[in-house]
Design a protein around this ligand. Structure first.
Ligand code: SAM
Length: 206
């Protein structure tokens, strides 16, 4: 099973949410792509953070496309059920746990509430197919995935993310992943201390 947990790298996700929330609030169909989401904790962390930021209607319309190659074929069901062992929730603040989770059975597991689950749709998808799952995203999050790829593959995948973003959309990756120099004309770095980028309009990403 892939390594992931709720509220992982919270500082970076909060920074992304700070920037993207005003854009999402102004859209009739706000969309986010969490690429390489594993069993869903990252996508659901984004949903929880945005539930606290967006108004009721904007959050109700939000769709988070959570995708993974999912070689086990099990992630889809786990994400849909939204039931997680307590070990995955150790970083979740007590107030958030109380607000958005309920105990599920006698095993110490918790189930996410329907409102949060309703914003996330899982889809099996191989990033190396270089086919975007949709277009017009306000934010693409791809963390702890690109390190598995070769440098040419990474560049191709980042080019595909650029295509999938709407004008001025944001892209987040992990701290250890610097943007390849060839991709620097496609994005501007939003903050000096984090891997948060904003799409620049270029005629074609070559
Ligand atoms: C360490 S997990 C990262 C999960 C989450 N993004 C996080 O940071 O907590 C890496 C995930 O990348 C997925 N992955 C690896 N290669 C992939 C590919 N070619 N296309 C889509 N997902 C891939 C794996 O299945 C795994 O779930």
């Amino acid at each position: 099973m892939a390594f992931t947990f709720f509220f992982r790298d919270l500082q970076m996700l909060e920074l992304a949410v700070d920037h993207v929330a005003p854009e999402l609030a102004g859209r009739s169909r706000p969309k986010i792509w969490d690429a390489g989401c594993a069993m869903g904790p990252e996508a659901y962390t984004l949903a929880i953070l945005l539930a606290g930021r967006l108004g009721h209607f904007a959050f109700r319309n939000l769709r988070i496309a959570a995708t993974d190659i999912d070689e086990t074929g099990q992630f889809g069901e786990i994400v849909r059920q939204g039931v997680y062992p307590s070990g995955d929730l150790e970083r979740v603040p007590a107030g958030v746990l109380e607000q958005y989770f309920e105990p599920a059975g006698a095993t110490g597991a918790y189930r996410l509430d329907d409102r949060i689950r309703g914003s996330v749709r899982f889809q099996q998808h191989n990033l190396l197919s270089l086919r975007e799952v949709d277009c017009g995203f306000s934010l693409v999050v791809c963390k702890n995935v690109l390190l598995h790829f070769t440098q040419p593959e990474r560049l191709d995948v980042i080019r595909m993310f650029h295509r999938s973003l709407g004008p001025g959309g944001y892209f987040v990756t992990e701290h250890t992943q610097k943007l390849p120099p060839e991709a620097s004309p496609w994005f501007e770095q939003v903050v000096p201390h984090g891997q948060l980028f904003r799409k620049l309009e270029v005629a074609e990403c070559v």
